[in-house]
Design a protein around this ligand. Structure first.
Ligand code: B16
Ligand code: MG
Length: 219
């Protein structure tokens, strides 16, 4: 019996994944490291510093910067990103998400957020959906990022539910792996190829229908 949904934010509730890409792309260009959309798939769901490490590795620049310099680079990316999210409004909810959240509320299913983003709470306020969520996992308190299951295990714990009573929704491969490893039913949004490990996958958010998901998860 499903009693809770644990959502990823970027790329599921809103398209801030695009803004992360734009801000990282600008940083990569500055560091003369080639970054394209395909490589960017590997950054989805990955924490800010781990993303920077992956970009530096891509450019064979792993040992080029000190810890302090890397912190400055990560801050610079975040300042760029924060400018891009300034104008986020409820109209930026991805297609079908407002309806899905309304259906979940009507069904009495409880909601948690499991985003790797430290900007998550601000974006939820801007989207006008913060009040719908009972709890938010603080990414700063995690020992391990996605694909480790910790963030989804904590999401279920904060809802005081068992993993088996929850559904997790993700757009990143690392996120689907994290949900699966937590023992939670995984729902993926993305291409069949990217979401092949998901228990149930749809191509776009407007195909996320509560009844379809519950039928699969409860079967
Ligand atoms: P921040 P999610 C993740 O959010 C993004 O997918 C990833 O691209 C980003 O690097 C990470 O949050 C950290 O975000 O720099 O804002 O703390 O997909 O887990 O909701
Ligand atoms: Mg995501």
């Amino acid at each position: 019996m499903i009693k809770g949904f644990i959502f990823d934010l970027d790329g599921v509730l809103t398209d801030t994944a695009e803004y992360h890409y734009q801000a990282w792309k600008r940083m990569a260009d500055k560091l003369t490291i080639p970054l394209d959309r395909e490589m960017n798939e590997q950054l989805k769901g990955i924490s800010r510093m781990d993303s920077l490490d992956r970009i530096l590795a891509l450019g064979n620049q792993t040992d080029r910067y000190s810890v302090e310099e890397k912190e400055r680079l990560a801050d610079e990316k975040n300042e760029d990103y924060k400018k891009l999210i300034l104008d986020v409004t409820p109209a930026d909810l991805l297609p079908g998400i407002a309806e899905l959240l309304a259906d979940l509320k009507a069904a009495g299913i409880r909601l948690a957020l499991a985003s790797a983003s430290k900007n998550g709470p601000v974006i939820m306020e801007k989207l006008g959906i913060a009040d719908l969520f009972e709890t938010v996992v603080d990414p700063a308190g995690l020992k391990n990022g996605k694909p480790d299951p910790e963030i989804f295990i904590k999401g279920a714990e904060q809802l005081q539910l068992k993993p088996k009573e929850c559904v997790g929704v993700e757009d990143a491969q690392a996120g689907i792996e994290a949900i699966n490893a937590a023992g939670i039913f995984s729902v993926g949004v993305g291409t069949k190829e990217m979401m092949e490990k998901a228990d149930y996958a749809v191509a776009n958010t407007n195909e996320l229908k509560l009844m379809d998901i519950l039928k699969k998860a409860n079967s």
